[in-house]
Design a protein around this ligand. Structure first.
Ligand code: 5GP
Ligand code: MN
Length: 359
């Protein structure tokens, strides 16, 4: 008789023991915050919706998902993001409505044309980039709701609908929409689902809970086209991105005996790759290599900053990022180094910090 082999465990498959538990998260959203947010939204007519610079699927999904829902409820909405959605995100319904600059709509010192601002998927107002930097007085003047799921969120709203156990900001937003007594229409459900699918890597992250699945089920019932979204968001990539990957993978390096792996993306590589070049996914690739505990990407931004994207299945990278003024999630985080820092400077500062985090 042959003894049955034990089923392989995730830790065996990765070649590393996953022992470290994610950091404890605060209790869920206090009822008074829910109630206050619902009251503010019901009482508002002209709403400014904002999400973080260099937007990902959750940032764009949040803007558009709530935008469509509030518009269907008869409110006027402005959708703002410092950077335009790229590639597949630009094909989400309503993406062309997102503005990068508020100055045509609002003059500093004059009465704002909005009575409420809602900031989504951003752990702090600085994450809005130029939308915040050019309009600080506006954000001080408007009642502000903070809807987010980052563990590093600094509760900058007068109502903070922040749940670090949510898989995406759109998961939190879907619960908020329900509390408003509203049902997402098809474009809203599509965009909310896009946020949930991208931030949870199609329900593969530790942040995926039964509640995420229930929210997803309701979005499917509301008409979200899941197969079409999966194709556009995960399987299809622009030629420019494929060309960028072909360059970026050649920069792969390791440190700490293979426990750290990283890639470097220069401006020149970005420009040579051409239209559609997008570094999204590269840090996940670095983090997916057997033996690597922390994978990261250093990217020279158009604005001269060096952007860092960190991924780990074993180490709290939000803590590493926060040492450099950044933040994010335990498993996925980021920060940046301002000029005159170069890629080499960023690397020299990051590697020791990551090695300390490895313990
Ligand atoms: P990504 O690596 O995909 O750009 O970002 C991973 C996560 O970290 C996202 O949730 C993103 O919002 C967050 N993140 C990235 N860069 C920064 C940063 O400079 N500051 C903060 N607070 N969070 C960041
Ligand atoms: Mn998010």
């Amino acid at each position: 008789m042959v003894a049955e082999a034990p089923a392989p465990r995730l830790s065996d498959q990765r070649g590393v023991a996953i022992t470290e538990e994610p950091a404890p998260v605060p209790a869920t959203i206090p009822e008074p915050d829910w109630d206050h947010a619902v009251e503010l939204i019901h009482g508002a007519n002209r709403v400014l919706l904002c999400s973080h610079r260099k937007p990902d699927g959750d940032a764009i999904g949040s803007l558009l998902g709530l935008g469509w829902t509030l518009e269907a409820a008869g409110k006027h909405v402005t959708l703002a993001c410092a950077d335009a959605p790229a590639n597949a995100l630009a094909t989400l319904p309503g993406a062309e409505r997102i503005v990068q600059d508020l100055s045509p709509l609002y003059t500093v010192g004059e009465a704002p044309p909005w009575d409420l601002a809602i900031v989504m998927d951003a752990s702090g107002l600085d994450r809005l980039g130029s939308i915040y930097e050019n309009n600080r007085d506006l954000f001080a003047a408007l009642p502000l709701i903070d809807v987010d799921h980052h563990i590093t969120n600094d509760r900058f709203g007068i109502a903070n609908v922040v749940d670090p156990t949510a898989a995406s900001a759109t998961e939190v937003l879907s619960l908020l929409i329900e509390r408003l007594g509203l049902t997402p229409n098809v474009p809203a459900a599509t965009c909310l689902m896009a946020g949930l699918m991208t931030d949870s890597l199609s329900f593969q992250t530790e942040s995926t809970t039964p509640r995420s699945m229930r929210v997803a089920a309701r979005l499917l019932e509301a008409g979200a086209p899941v197969a079409k979204l999966a194709f556009q968001l995960f399987r299809q990539r622009p030629r420019g991105s494929a060309l960028l990957w072909s360059k970026a993978l050649g920069t792969l390096q390791f440190a700490a005996g293979g426990r750290i792996g990283w890639l470097e993306v220069t401006r020149a590589a970005m420009d040579a790759a051409g239209p559609g070049a997008d570094s999204g996914g590269l840090s996940g690739f670095a983090g997916s290599i057997t033996g690597v505990d922390v994978g990261f990407v250093l990217e020279e931004g158009q604005d001269g900053n060096i952007y860092v994207s960190l991924r780990s299945a074993t180490v709290d990278v939000a803590r590493v990022a926060s040492e450099f003024g950044g933040g994010g999630h335990v498993r996925a985080a980021g920060c940046h180094f301002a000029p005159p820092a170069t890629i080499a400077d960023a690397r020299a500062q990051l590697l020791p910090a990551i090695e300390r985090a490895l313990g």
